[in-house]
Design a protein around this ligand. Sequence first.
Ligand SMILES: Nc1nc2c(ncn2[C@@H]2O[C@H](COP(=O)(O)OP(=O)(O)OP(=O)(O)O)[C@@H](O)[C@H]2O)c(=O)[nH]1
Ligand SMILES: [Mg+2]
Length: 541
Amino acid sequence: MQRLILLESMQKVRYKNFFLTSHQPLSKTKNSQAFGGQIKKSHRKHFLLAQKKIVPGAESAENIIDEGLEVESSSSPIPVAKSKVNWKLRAKGGNFVDFRRITVHGGSGGSGCVSFQRERHLPRGPPNGGNGGHGGNVIFVADKNETTLYSLRTKLAAESGIRGKGKDMHGPNGKDLIVKVPVGTVLTEIDIPKYEFLNNIEITLNKNKRSRRRPKSTVEPREIFDPENPKDYDLFAFGEEESSPEIDSEQTVGQGEIRNIEQLYELYTEEKAGHEKEEMYTFYPRKTSSGQKELMEHLPDEYNVYLHELKTQKPIDFDFNEDGLSLKVAKGGLGGYGNPHFASSTYRSPYLALNGLPGQMRFLELELKTIADVGLVGMPNAGKSTFISSVTNASPKIAPYPFTTLNPYLGTVTLNDSKKVTIADIPGIIKGAHLNKGLGHSFLRHIERSTILGYLVDLSKDEPWNDLETLRYELEMYLPGLTKRPSLVIANKADLSMSSKRNYEAWVKFADLPIIPVSAKNGLNVSKVINTFVYMLDSKQ
Ligand SMILES: Nc1nc2c(ncn2[C@@H]2O[C@H](COP(=O)(O)OP(=O)(O)OP(=O)(O)O)[C@@H](O)[C@H]2O)c(=O)[nH]1
Ligand SMILES: [Mg+2]
């Protein structure tokens, strides 16, 4: 709890920074008003607690904060950046999203047109209705420049095709919707969401407005109190049997009353199936001669193939594990044929055209699982971010409190022979992470796909091997067999105290994994770790 408050107060300080770098310099009182009076003494106190614990010259910081907010901003560990960057800092990783459920909808096809050529001296010309355009598809493409699923909309729909027009004017096709997703996104199709909470709610679907009224009770209320009738003592049981008879479900649906959303859906499709054939056609002017009925018997081949494909389609399960991979996730509906398509030697003036088909609708689950050669696994505050920023081009925030990093960061080390090793800084794992404690699952999913595991342990702690055991236990509980991957222990903060040295000497005697003592902060021994990673990667291939 206290940690949370600490983090919160740090956050507030960040906000202060933001406002202070904005155009008008705010006075102390104005500034606190800007947060609805949120920056109170209590917050400052918590901030100080954090400072006192970690920063040696905390007293001076206290004075500064008490004197005024303007001065405090300069003592803050966060660099004052341009407004755009500041905006990102304010969000504190809020823009990073690695799990989404979305709906995709292909565009509907445009309808075909019923039209005939009409000229001055040609009163009954040939049919010339244009075809409708096809609906656009929804296509997902893996893009290495994308890092989060944040910007994806919950409902994605491609453009619909335009209907055909007279004079053989075909409707244009709807544009495909291309959606960029980060590399490492795993896509799975899910069922139509079930609204189980609605089972307890009675839904009424009445086509007839009149039937919406409550049925009148057929029983006349008894006026006279009958001492021998026990029901007369219970006012609420009065007329109960007659006014609310039990309705069996079949009857309910028949009457237009339904109990839950599934029934509603079934009813809808049943109703639709009845008119399915007719609904696929446009008639003009609403006449169905026997000849037209014959035409309706056979759908065009293209339609049949399309409908068959839709019916036999398997649920999507796709991994965008490489840049540029693409997948069509929702098909656009076919455009309908215009009336010239139905003309034949026997039936020269067809008064019907095909409607466009609706686009495909799919419910998808997207999960972003970072792909890296090495995944750094460690307790909060062990120095993972310090390590990655000392060896790669990544620059995650480093601060002396737990859970500084809330999203994975990817860094790349380019070696002399232009080989590249990608390393992922994964947020801290705590005891019980496999039970989703401390946002465990959202962090653990990023470890799943690392080829090598680098356990980063704080060597200056008492019995640091316990941390390693906790980490391994959590990984194994999350995904059995995960710890069997090639692994290495990076014993960090070896510079910190004599206890680090003692711990290391004791640990190597019984350790079952290679341990490399490093000081990430001072960049000592880190190249040794990278070389070991390269060796492990090479021997795995
Ligand atoms: N003395 C010393 N301090 C270190 C070393 N490595 C990291 N630190 C300090 O340890 C603190 C935490 O470092 P981070 O890199 O933010 O730790 P983290 O593991 O990324 O922490 P979370 O993101 O919260 O999980 C910082 O104050 C670092 O300066 C080291 O080798 N020696
Ligand atoms: Mg970190």
